[in-house]
Each structure stands twice: as structure tokens, then as C-alpha cells.
Design a protein around this ligand. Structure first.
Ligand SMILES: CCCCCc1ccc(-c2ccc(S(=O)(=O)CCO)cc2)cc1[C@H]1C[C@H]1c1ccccn1
Length: 240
């Protein structure tokens, strides 16, 4: 099949996002401040404004036992599960199935007073990456979501302000095989998660409101999402 019009952009951005996500917080530029901590979860942000709008880049790292990176990316990518874990979602549509690992989404998110309601239009791509650092280590899985335009969905024509986002969920699975040569169970696997996002709110919203919203919503999202995947997979065979 011929290449989709978005393929070059997707391939370039996925490689760029993954290499950024693999950098530790200390390595990818100064100015990261820890703003939330919960068990193994650490959330960092950099305070950045574009045209007076808060676009604080966010980087979260988390470690979850008993699930694989493939499973996390699967439940993050597939539309049929999204209403189960995405707290601020009001409506979600798949506008185009570009390929079996690339979808085009249109979403409206619940209004967050006093800002106006937001919608977002983005491509979403899921990919397994070779683990080039640790040859025999388990693979790395990633999902990248990136805002895009579509003539039939022009921004800011209805009730919602269009937001622009780039999101990368990068997951690496660690397997600690049992000593006695028993088959690998969920007790022997751990997933290291890096979630990076930059959300441009589109229209003006008070910096204090946006920062309060992010501080509340991001930790809630990552905890709820990982709990959902843990619960969904606990009685299923391991998807490596
Ligand atoms: C005045 C508020 C303006 C911004 C509102 C808004 C819209 C979309 C989004 C968002 C859209 C997509 C993604 S995702 O990771 O690609 C998954 C697929 O849904 C993630 C977050 C975020 C927020 C901000 C609420 C904030 C917030 C932060 C984490 C989770 C939920 N809400």
C-alpha cells in the first residue's frame, strides 16, 4: 500500500519523541521541577509560555509491577478502552484508521471552569522499538499522539477552543526470571514508564488556572490509567 500523507511526519516525530523520552530528567535540559510525587511516580514540569500562554512541558516517570510496556501501550492506544481511564474526556471519535498502528482521533474534553471547553484532533501511532542499548533486553514500546489539521474539522468553529498537543508514552519492560526456572509470571515483570506531554491550550486561559488544572489532572490521569491496565491484565496471559 502507498504511504499515507502523514507517514513522513509520523516517522520523524516518533523517532524524535522517543529519543527525548529516553533521556533522564537531568539530561534533557535544565529547569525541570518536581511537582508531584506518589510512590514510584515522579512528575516534572518546566514553566514555559508561548505568546503569554502556559505550555509547560511535562515529563512523568513511573514504575509499575506486573504489566508489560506492550500492554500499557495497547490500552493507551486502542480507542475502545479510552472512556474507562481518560478522566477529562467528553467525546471521542476515530476519524480515520490510517493503518493498524495509526489512528486519527477527534476528542472533546470536559469544560474546566472558568476556561472554555477544548477539543483536540491528533494522529496516534503505536510502535515497538528495538532496544538498541541492551541487546538482549526486552523491547521498548511507544505511543505518540500529535495534533494535526483536517480540512473537514477546522479549529475554533464551534463551541470548543482547539488545543494542540504532543504526547509520548514510552514503556520499557524488565523481566527478572524466577531462580528455579519456573515460567515467567506477572510477579517477575516490571514496566518503566515515561510520559511526556506538551499541551498548548489554544485560546487564552489564566496561567494560574492552567497550572492548577495540570497539577490536579496529570497525577490523577497516570495513576488511574496504570491502575486500569493492572486491573485489565491481572487475569490475562502476559502480552510481551
Ligand atoms: C483549561 C484546560 C485546557 C486543557 C484541557 C485539556 C485537554 C486535553 C488534554 C489531554 C488530551 C489528550 C491526552 S493523551 O495523553 O493524548 C490521551 C488521549 O486522551 C492527554 C491530555 C489535557 C487537558 C488538561 C486538562 C488537563 C489534563 C491533563 C491530563 C489528563 C487530562 N487532562
Amino acid at each position: 500500500a502507498g504511504q499515507h500523507r502523514l507517514w513522513p511526519e509520523i516517522d520523524t516525530l516518533v523517532k524524535q519523541q522517543v529519543s527525548m523520552a529516553r533521556l533522564g530528567v537531568g539530561e534533557c535540559g535544565a529547569g525541570w521541577q518536581l511537582f508531584a510525587e506518589d510512590g514510584e511516580m515522579r512528575m516534572y514540569r518546566r514553566e514555559e509560555e508561548v505568546d503569554g500562554m502556559v505550555v509547560d512541558p511535562l515529563k512523568a516517570v513511573h514504575t509499575v509491577k506486573g504489566i508489560t510496556g506492550h500492554e500499557l501501550c495497547h490500552y493507551f492506544f486502542k480507542p475502545e478502552y479510552r472512556y474507562d481511564w481518560e478522566t477529562t474526556l467528553e467525546n471521542m471519535q476515530v476519524l480515520e484508521t490510517i493503518s493498524d498502528d495509526t489512528l486519527l482521533f477527534f476528542q472533546t474534553h470536559k469544560r474546566i471552569w472558568p476556561a472554555s471547553q477544548r477539543d483536540t484532533l491528533f494522529w496516534s501511532h503505536m510502535r515497538r522499538l528495538p532496544n538498541d542499548q541492551d541487546r538482549d533486553g526486552p523491547d521498548i514500546w511507544a505511543v505518540v499522539n500529535n495534533s494535526t489539521d483536517l480540512a473537514s474539522y477546522p479549529p475554533n468553529t464551534g463551541k470548543c477552543v482547539r488545543i494542540f498537543l504532543t504526547v509520548c508514552l514510552l514503556c520499557q519492560t524488565r523481566i527478572d526470571p524466577p531462580k528455579d526456572g519456573a515460567p515467567i509470571s506477572r510477579d517477575n515483570i516490571t514496566c518503566k514508564i515515561t510520559y511526556c506531554s506538551v499541551v498548548n491550550p489554544g485560546g487564552w486561559a489564566p496561567a494560574s488556572v492552567l497550572r492548577a488544572v495540570y497539577k490536579r489532572e496529570y497525577p490523577k490521569f497516570l495513576k488511574r490509567f496504570t491502575a486500569f491496565v493492572t486491573n485489565k491484565t491481572k487475569d490475562k496471559p502476559i502480552m510481551f
